[in-house]
Write a protein that binds this ligand. Structure first.
Ligand SMILES: *Cc1c(COP(=O)(O)O)cnc(C)c1O
Length: 390
């Protein structure tokens, strides 16, 4: 059977709400028209509520999460600066690669085994020995589905001149995350993850401390497009209900973002965190019942937006995911050194309890077809136990 509407359960892009998608097909307006100015202005205002920041300044630019990572680095750091990179996996490694391109002095701290979590104590020790211009941390490293100790590490960085950069690409608007309260200086995400919008936008917030650090630069930012000094007057103008031009904003993408921001605020950010927690918990209970092991070494570390799961002995990535697709559910394979060893299920954005149940049913079915001995329904039952409590 040809599956006409597969259930997309990967860690981005995610399934989008139909209203969000239809916003894309509205007539493209001039980027300086009053109507667009109003939409952009409300979008920026709404994003601050989602990032949980009052003073932070939001930048929305065409691009992906990787652009946002690079924007954070190039605006804060200058060649020769010390930077501390805390890595729980693949996207931590990416930060290192970016920083090396810009000739920064990189101290790279990574977990010994993927699935572990960088401990605040390690950060404290590092910061006592050296002054860093910035510290980077990946909130949810999508490769391992470990959720980092952002709040605890923020406490350590807080009273220093170091800029705390957090990659929220697989977290913001899904995983509990509080920019102001947790002392995050730069927080960014991309549209296609927990914000539930198609890929195409990088969204990045700078705290006052981050903006001040930018102001103190000795040299201009080497990139023209990524220079937030050029973007700031534009974002300020839109926020105040006026237009200004630097580079044309992706008008229709911003309509879609606006629609999603509206929906997120209607649900309420705290409610949204809870929904993600419940669905993730239900999924983990199902995996336990199926005797499958998750990548995070402790459930405490497990993210609520994505879950990485080890294949049991004898089940191959290719066969499993082929069967999943036949069942109409698309899940992701592993990244980096976990490629072929795990599958990953994204459960963020508009994800519903029935989506995770359908995914569990497809996992049971596919595992059985791959020769893994299970009793059909045990995963579903465990998940239902959690879902019926809400
Ligand atoms: C997806 C992701 C990125 C990269 O985003 P792109 O939009 O693919 O460039 C960066 N960091 C994390 C944590 C991610 O999940």
């Amino acid at each position: 059977m040809k599956v006409g509407r597969p259930l997309l359960m990967i860690p981005g892009p995610v399934i989008c709400d139909p209203e969000v998608l239809s916003a894309l097909s509205k007539p493209t307006l001039s980027h300086v028209s009053p109507k667009f100015i109003e939409i952009f202005s409300k979008t920026l205002e709404g994003l601050k509520k989602i990032f949980l920041t009052e003073k932070g300044e939001i930048f929305v630019v065409a691009g992906s999460g990787t652009l946002a990572m690079e924007m954070a680095i190039v605006n804060i750091c200058e060649p020769g600066d010390n930077i501390l990179i805390l890595s729980n996996g693949y996207f931590g490694e990416r930060f290192k690669e970016i920083c090396e391109r810009y000739n920064l002095k990189v101290d790279y701290v990574e977990v010994k085994e993927w699935g572990e979590n960088i401990q605040p104590e390690t950060v404290r020790e590092k910061m006592q020995k050296k002054e860093y211009k910035a510290v980077t941390l990946t909130h949810v490293d999508t490769s391992t589905s470990v959720s980092a100790k952002v709040k605890e590490i923020g406490e350590i960085v807080k009273d220093t001149d170091t800029v705390f950069i957090v990659d929220g690409v697989c977290a913001t608007a899904g995983e509990e995350e509080r920019m102001d309260k947790w002392n995050i200086d730069i927080l960014f995400t991309a549209s296609q993850k927990a914000l539930g919008v198609p890929p195409g936008l990088a969204i990045i917030a700078f705290s006052t401390k981050a903006l001040e650090t930018y102001e103190k630069r000795k040299e201009p930012v080497k990139s023209y497009f990524m220079d937030i000094g050029l973007w700031k007057p534009i974002m300020d103008a839109y926020a105040e209900g006026q237009a200004a031009y630097f580079a044309t904003p992706p008008v229709n993408m911003i309509y879609a973002l606006y629609e999603s921001v509206k929906q997120i605020l209607e649900e309420g950010i705290e409610e949204r965190f809870k929904r993600h927690q419940t669905i993730a918990k239900a999924f983990r209970e199902a995996l336990k019942a199926l005797e499958l092991q998750i990548v995070p070494i402790s459930e405490e570390y497990a993210a609520n937006t994505v879950t990485g799961v080890y294949y049991p002995e004898g089940v191959t990535d290719e066969e499993f995911r082929k069967n999943m697709a036949k069942n109409g559910v698309i899940v992701a394979g592993g990244l980096g050194k976990l490629k072929g060893k795990i599958f990953r299920v994204g459960h963020m954005g508009t994800v519903q309890p029935t989506d995770i149940l359908a995914t569990i049913a497809a996992i049971e079915n596919s595992l059985m077809k791959c020769g893994y001995k299970i009793k059909l329904g045990v995963g579903l039952e465990a998940a239902q136990e959690i879902l019926t409590k809400i």
